[in-house]
Design a protein. Structure first.
Length: 115
C-alpha cells in the first residue's frame, strides 16, 4: 500500500486529470558542520513564557538529529528539561554559563549573546 501522505497535501486543489501524480518536495537538510566550525550563540529569553526563563542556543548548522543529540547532552549535563525545535535548543532556566562551558568543552565555538 502506498504511503498515506494526506497531511502534506492539505493545501492541494483537486485535479480531474487521471494521470496526475502529486509530488511532495522534500527539503534536504544541510550537512552538519564539525564543532570547531559551528558559531553558536547562547541567549536568555522570557518572552511569551509566562515569566519563566529559558536559555536558547542558536546558530547550529546541521541535521535535526544532530541538533536533538546536542540538546539531549546539554539537558542531561545541566539536569533540566528542554527541547530542540526549529533549529534552536531550549534549556529550562538561566543556564547560560553552564551551557557555554559545556559547549566549549565539546569543541564548539560559542559565546553569550543578548538577553
Amino acid at each position: 500500500m502506498a504511503q498515506n501522505d494526506w497531511k502534506s497535501r492539505l493545501g492541494m486543489v483537486y485535479s480531474t486529470n487521471p494521470d496526475f501524480a502529486y509530488r511532495t518536495e522534500i527539503a534536504e537538510e544541510p550537512a552538519t558542520l564539525p564543532p570547531a566550525q559551528q558559531e553558536l550563540r547562547v541567549w536568555l529569553d522570557r518572552k511569551q513564557r509566562g515569566g519563566k526563563v529559558v536559555t536558547i542556543v542558536r546558530g547550529f548548522v546541521g541535521r535535526s538529529e544532530d541538533l536533538a543529540e546536542l540538546a539531549r547532552m546539554l539537558k542531561t549535563k545541566c539536569g533540566v528539561g528542554g527541547a530542540a525545535k526549529e533549529g534552536e535548543i531550549l534549556i529550562q532556566g538561566d543556564r547560560r554559563d553552564r551551557v557555554v562551558e559545556l559547549l566549549a568543552k565539546s569543541g564548539y565555538r560559542c559565546r553569550k549573546a543578548g538577553g
